[in-house]
Design a protein around this ligand. Structure first.
Ligand code: SF4
Length: 279
């Protein structure tokens, strides 16, 4: 049996940085809160919580007047969170990924210039909500697929950006359709380089494999996209969160096993799965 791991599988530089900053911050002698999930991976979250970090859903969970630090995740947040944290005199530890910051800046500038901003991404994802906040709630429309375009009344000036972990295929298809439906369209492909490379390597490996295993949390948008892209190659594809979810039946009669992992999946999980297959 030949097991091959795709290039760029597992933690990306943005997640790695956020994780290391969070670990370093946990050494401070004050309560440390993380707004939302630092990354979408239960294994990583449990590890951080074991260091004393507390995940909260809203700033209202922080006792007023408490001297504490607030970690903002790699996915970023809208401007109102910074304002609220400042009002509460909470120390901000910002781990927003540089690629997400870039998308936020573009959305903010376009919003200020009077553009209606189409954000190609998952409606409920933290990163998309943050970008929407920077664009201005009234200027932004979130589009997941081509069919969402039918519900939009387009302005004269339209711009389009992407959630950093979108598939290029979906983004390009939406851009092509927008070109037909708008008068003045500004396009910013804000998909991050790490996502693009990870997806390309996953698809290449899926084409050369008898089965493809995608490792990552089911809440992780980029992992979900890896699964969709690998499935499209026709190779049987299964997503698992860790080695305990591996079903031996999937491997029967398979010689070439391909593995990739989402940006928030640590190397430990990849190693556990490889060990289990070998065993
Ligand atoms: S997937 Fe890309 S945008 Fe998201 S944290 Fe990693 S490098 Fe940053």
């Amino acid at each position: 049996m030949n097991i091959q791991i795709a290039h760029n599988a597992g933690f990306c530089s943005g997640v790695e940085k956020a994780y290391n900053i969070a670990l370093e911050t946990s050494k401070k002698n004050i309560p440390i809160y993380v707004l939302g999930y630092l990354v979408h991976n239960s294994f990583v979250i449990s590890k951080l919580e074991s260091q004393g970090l507390k995940t909260i859903k809203s700033l209202s969970e922080i006792p007023s007047g408490q001297k504490c630090a607030l970690i903002i995740s790699a996915h970023g947040v809208g401007p109102h969170i910074y304002e609220e944290a400042e009002k509460r005199h909470v120390e901000i530890v910002d781990t927003t990924c540089a690629w997400v910051k870039k998308a936020q800046r573009i959305a903010r500038d376009l919003g200020r210039s009077g553009y209606q901003i189409i954000i190609v991404g998952d409606k409920d994802h933290t990163e998309v909500k943050g970008i929407t906040g920077w664009a201005g709630e009234n200027n932004a429309v979130i589009v997941q697929s081509l069919s969402d375009l039918d519900k939009i009344a387009f302005s004269d000036k339209v711009a389009v950006v992407a959630q950093t972990t979108q598939s290029l295929e979906n983004f390009n298809a939406i851009v092509e359709e927008l070109k037909k439906r708008t008068k003045d369209l500004v396009v910013h492909n804000t998909i991050c380089g790490a996502t693009f490379r990870r997806q390309a390597s996953a698809v290449d490996l899926a084409k050369a494999s008898d089965i493809m295993l995608i490792l990552g949390d089911r809440r992780s948008a980029n992992t979900k996209r890896l699964k969709e892209l690998c499935e499209k190659t026709g190779t049987p594809t299964f997503q698992i969160q860790d080695a305990s979810e591996l079903d031996k039946k999937w491997l029967n009669g398979k010689n070439n096993i391909g593995i990739t992992a989402g940006a928030s999946t640590p190397q430990e999980i990849i190693a556990q799965v490889v060990n289990k297959i070998n065993a």
